[in-house]
Design a binder for this molecule. Sequence first.
Ligand SMILES: NC(=O)c1ccc[n+]([C@@H]2O[C@H](COP(=O)([O-])OP(=O)(O)OC[C@H]3O[C@@H](n4cnc5c(N)ncnc54)[C@H](OP(=O)(O)O)[C@@H]3O)[C@@H](O)[C@H]2O)c1
Length: 337
Amino acid sequence: MKTRKLKDLIASEIGIGCMGFSHGYGQIPTENYSIEAIKKAYNFGCTFFDTAEAYGPNLLPENFGHNEKIVGKAIKDFRKKIILATKLHIPTEEAKADGEIYKTLRRHLENSLERLQTDYVDLYYLHRINPEVPVEEVADGMARLIKDGLIRGYGLSQVPVKIIEKAQAIAPLSAIQNIYSIVERGVEDEVIPYCLKNNIALVAFSPIASGFLSGKVTVNTEFEKVDDVRKFVPQLTKENITANQPILDVINRFAKLKNATPAQISLAWMLHKYENVIPIPGSKNQERILENLGACNVELTAEEFNELETALKACKIHGHRGFDESEGKSFLQVKHK
Ligand SMILES: NC(=O)c1ccc[n+]([C@@H]2O[C@H](COP(=O)([O-])OP(=O)(O)OC[C@H]3O[C@@H](n4cnc5c(N)ncnc54)[C@H](OP(=O)(O)O)[C@@H]3O)[C@@H](O)[C@H]2O)c1
């Protein structure tokens, strides 16, 4: 698979988000199945794996690190050949008790390293900004972790340019991980242009719009009773799924034209649009993971891209993914080890 840069890190142009093996999209698979899925992704050519300390069933404190442990077991044999990314949250009380953000970062990182069975992570993100913790101090702490040899680069997640600028002024960022898809384009206004100018990768989370852009989520889809964020995603109400159908019609037309799937067209679209964007689609299903990675074989010509983009822009987007409602607040409430 072709590669892209995250400052000085080099990863496959499509990564995989591992969250669904532990949280967010209903019943989780067995550990063996998840490990096998990650290995299959690597064998396909994927060298970019995304996890987080918080990813565990229902985000409960006792399930903390569930996902990192799975990823750690899966990547053991090819650890040095991949870009491994994980994330932390900084609860206010911990930051206050530590008195120095570096200490908080280092403790969280050391716990992650143990679960991931490794002695460094390639990319360490702050998962969400805590308004009570200055991002400059986080950037400074991350720079120290780089000097310590414990991380190779750092990033921030779900942040606007005014925050990115503050961190970048202290220590250069490798990546920003924000929500980005055909139906969630907020980053196109300021964040992606800033990142392009400053040699920062934009890692796109929820690039299939939580399944909507695959065409497999319909008004008849019943979301699962257990740990399924799709119940809270405003874009996935029956009304919005119906109202956004014209977008899927456009994508389906191009899927037929390119002999690809709608999910692949959605990923090929962002790969074509920006050279610094790296999508990390998530799936707990081995076939779909390989299908998504297969988007690397779907190349849109300039003419095809322009036609697709014009048709998409003619469609109104109804609703949004709603990360604040489904994750942002609950993450800050999670108790950290
Ligand atoms: N930084 C953050 O705050 C943040 C927030 C959310 C996610 N993330 C990261 O980003 C990754 C991806 O985001 P995401 O999982 O929310 O959204 P996503 O990749 O847009 O969508 C995942 C959903 O789409 C379905 N899906 C994926 N590919 C499919 C395909 N080819 N055909 C049919 N259905 C498909 C999955 O179902 P199945 O599992 O049933 O296949 C799952 O329900 C996560 O794994 C996580 O690592 C980060």
